[in-house]
Design a protein around this ligand. Structure first.
Ligand code: NAD
Ligand code: ZN
Length: 233
């Protein structure tokens, strides 16, 4: 196995589950009671903006009541102490990695705290409820939508992510079902360039067969143990 310098970590909703944030597709196949197509597509927003804005207002309000867990904190520790390159790519739109202190971090699917203005294209932190149709701080128009990458839209930071995947020695996937592309394909890209691949998830993901090793269990237990071992070499 080649020496590990460059690490890419991909996280999904499962890493925030122990903080009390619902994962995407619960046992009922719904996201907080909604079909994904009804709240997380541009078409849904066009059809029923009030429903979509209210849905994200509820997700934003929920954020105020949750805290980073041991897995978020362990990844922040790794970020602080790892001397090589590291990129944490999260599919999560919550801010728990940010609050735990990770800084080499990109939100590929957007950020619940932000709004995206349909008039001027600027992104900004919006504190008022979206349902109140707050004015854009840049242009003053009341045309803010959630800064969320919906199904059918292009994820953020793809150039930076692709570059990091091509250079990484170790790719680690945590708490993601491996059902949402392009993130689900990152493991194959990383392996194509020779990386080792490790997965940590509650149960086998759709892409488990692509990983050299799959550890099954709770992120809050598996991730701190993995970080401890990695940093002790
Ligand atoms: P997902 O819900 O499809 O999959 C979550 C995975 O995490 C599942 O495989 C599950 O077995 C696993 N899991 C559950 N609890 C776990 C735990 N305690 N420890 C480890 N693993 C656990 O989520 P996804 O793969 O991230 O994909 C869905 C999309 O949902 C993303 O695009 C994301 O933007 C969006 N989303 C984000 C949040 C959030 O920001 N917290 C929440 C819901 C959905
Ligand atoms: Zn604007």
């Amino acid at each position: 196995m080649r020496e590990i310098n460059n690490i890419v970590i991909l996280t999904g909703a499962g890493i925030s589950a122990e903080s009390g944030v619902a994962t995407f597709r619960g046992p009922d196949g719904l996201w907080e009671g909604h079909r994904v197509e009804d709240v997380a597509t541009p078409e849904a927003f066009q059809r029923d903006p009030d429903l979509v804005l209210k849905f994200y207002d509820e997700r934003r309000a929920k954020l105020q009541t949750v805290e980073p867990n041991a897995a978020h904190k362990a990844l922040a520790r790794l970020d602080a102490e790892w001397g090589g390159n590291l990129l944490l790519v999260t599919q999560n739109v919550d801010d728990l990695h940010d609050r735990a202190g990770s800084s080499r971090l990109v939100h590929m699917h957007g950020d619940l705290l932000n709004g995206l203005c349909l008039s001027c294209g600027q992104r900004s932190v919006i504190t008022d409820d979206f349902s109140n149709r707050p004015a854009c701080p840049h242009c003053g128009e009341r045309t803010i939508r959630p800064d969320i990458v919906w199904f059918g839209e292009m994820p953020y930071h793809m150039d930076q992510i692709e570059l990091a995947l091509a250079r990484c020695d170790l790719f680690v996937s945590i708490g993601t079902s491996g059902a949402v592309y392009p993130a689900a394909g990152f493991v194959q890209t990383a392996r194509h360039y020779g990386a080792q691949a490790l997965e940590m998830n509650l149960d086998p993901s759709d892409g488990s067969l692509y990983f050299h090793e799959s550890r099954m269990g709770k992120a809050g237990e598996l991730v701190p143990a993995w970080v401890e071992t990695l940093l002790s070499y």
